[in-house]
Ligand binder design. Structure first.
Ligand SMILES: NC(=O)c1ccc[n+]([C@@H]2O[C@H](COP(=O)([O-])OP(=O)(O)OC[C@H]3O[C@@H](n4cnc5c(N)ncnc54)[C@H](O)[C@@H]3O)[C@@H](O)[C@H]2O)c1
Length: 356
């Protein structure tokens, strides 16, 4: 008598978006449309912020980096991201930040999506920064300085062009080769680009300063004298305890906006301030409960560290694009026997099938 292995139920299969398919998805949609649509998902989730379970991310620190889990859920979907941050990786030919993430059905607990998130994190970070800038940056901002021209930088530039109207970029990196790479990648995309020799030169006449460097220390990428009245700072690279980019005096002159203050006070620029220093939650600005930019001379600071809800929004966006594009594989990920109590029987039948 021969046995056949039990066929997995349809619930066993979880859609999986590989790096290859994520890249194909971005190109099929177009990166500009992708960023704009992703920002719409982000805004929708920021508007319903109180509906989410929230917790600062769970971090495992080591001498050289950090590995973090970022969970959140609403009443129907659960999501989490695994992400690392290892600034020394770049010099070893590895990414500073890599990530993957999942969505699951709250009512059954079954996973419903597994996705690469290294590329998706760069897209969601840029879309979140540009979304924040729409509420916080000076009206008619055209020029942005980008300090740190590594993996995240081009994504930031394109999101700010699409959503804020940035057309001039002033690039600076400790390593000029990084700025040259950034300028090469963005060539032909409508930017007027200048590679600068110092941060001071890069921030000259900028409406927005994006800091997106990687260094495992409290660095002073921007000192107080570099920041003029009326500017918007999009501070992305300071996102871990003991890892900041701005001089404390800048923070004292700025109106500070944060994603989830209990996490930002641990990881963001504001770790340099007292725990009760006033900050405004970005979701409140987006939901019309708090004011964003209120005056011409005001310095606004988005103290970005990256929060789980942004990854949740990004995964929702990707999930909703899969049926129309077919850019996924099915992973046989959930053991789901027909008789839920007969998990062992399913295991045994597969052995008999393999032997026959
Ligand atoms: N806030 C968020 O949501 C979020 C998301 C993703 C990444 N990040 C952070 O953004 C940072 C950049 O990430 P990446 O993937 O682009 O890293 P990367 O290693 O690819 O690039 C970092 C760049 O910064 C440059 N740099 C380092 N110190 C500098 C200095 N003092 N002045 C000028 N340039 C300097 C390096 O030469 C390098 O080119 C990291 O710190 C990462 O943790 C934050």
């Amino acid at each position: 008598m021969s046995f056949t292995a039990p066929a997995p139920s349809h619930l066993a299969y979880v859609p999986f978006v590989s790096v290859e398919n994520m890249m194909a998805l971005v190109h099929a949609i177009g990166i500009d449309v992708f960023l704009r649509e992703l920002a719409e998902y982000l805004e929708a989730d920021f508007r319903r912020w109180p509906e989410f379970d929230k917790t600062p991310r769970i971090a495992a620190h080591s001498a050289e980096g950090v590995i973090e889990l970022m969970p959140t859920s609403d009443s129907s979907l659960y999501g989490f991201k695994y992400v690392n941050g290892h600034p020394k990786n770049m010099k070893e030919g590895l990414q500073t930040v890599t990530a993957f993430g999942m969505l699951a059905d709250v009512s059954s607990g079954y996973p419903t999506l597994l996705s690469e998130m290294t590329i998706l994190t760069a897209l969601r970070t840029a879309a979140t920064s540009a979304m924040a800038a729409r509420y916080l940056a000076p009206a008619n901002s055209r020029t942005m300085a980008i300090i740190g021209n590594g993996a995240q930088s081009e994504f930031q530039a394109i999101a700010f062009r699409e959503m804020v109207g940035i057309h001039a970029l002033r690039l600076y990196d400790l390593d000029r080769a990084a700025s040259e790479k950034c300028a090469r990648n963005l060539a032909g995309m409508g930017f007027d680009m200048t590679i600068c020799d110092s941060t001071e030169a890069a921030v000259e006449n900028a409406d927005i300063i994006t800091t997106v460097t990687a260094d495992k220390q409290c660095a002073t990428i921007l000192s107080d004298n570099m920041v003029g009245a009326g500017i918007h700072i999009n501070a992305v690279g300071g996102d871990c305890p003991g890892k900041t980019e701005l001089h404390r005096d800048i923070l004292l002159r700025s109106s500070i906006f944060a994603e989830y203050p209990p996490q930002t006070r641990i990881e963001g620029e504001i770790q340099q301030l007292s725990p009760d220093h006033p900050v405004t939650e970005l979701w409140e600005v987006i939901a019309g409960k708090a004011q964003g930019r209120t005056g011409k001379g005001q310095i606004t600071l988005f103290d970005s560290v990256g929060f789980a809800i942004e990854d949740f929004s990004a995964l929702r966006y990707v999930r909703d694009r899969l049926e129309e594009t077919g850019l996924y594989e099915k992973l046989d990920m959930v053991a789901d026997p027909d008789d839920p109590r007969d998990l062992f029987g399913m295991l045994q039948r597969s052995k008999m099938a393999a032997a026959s």
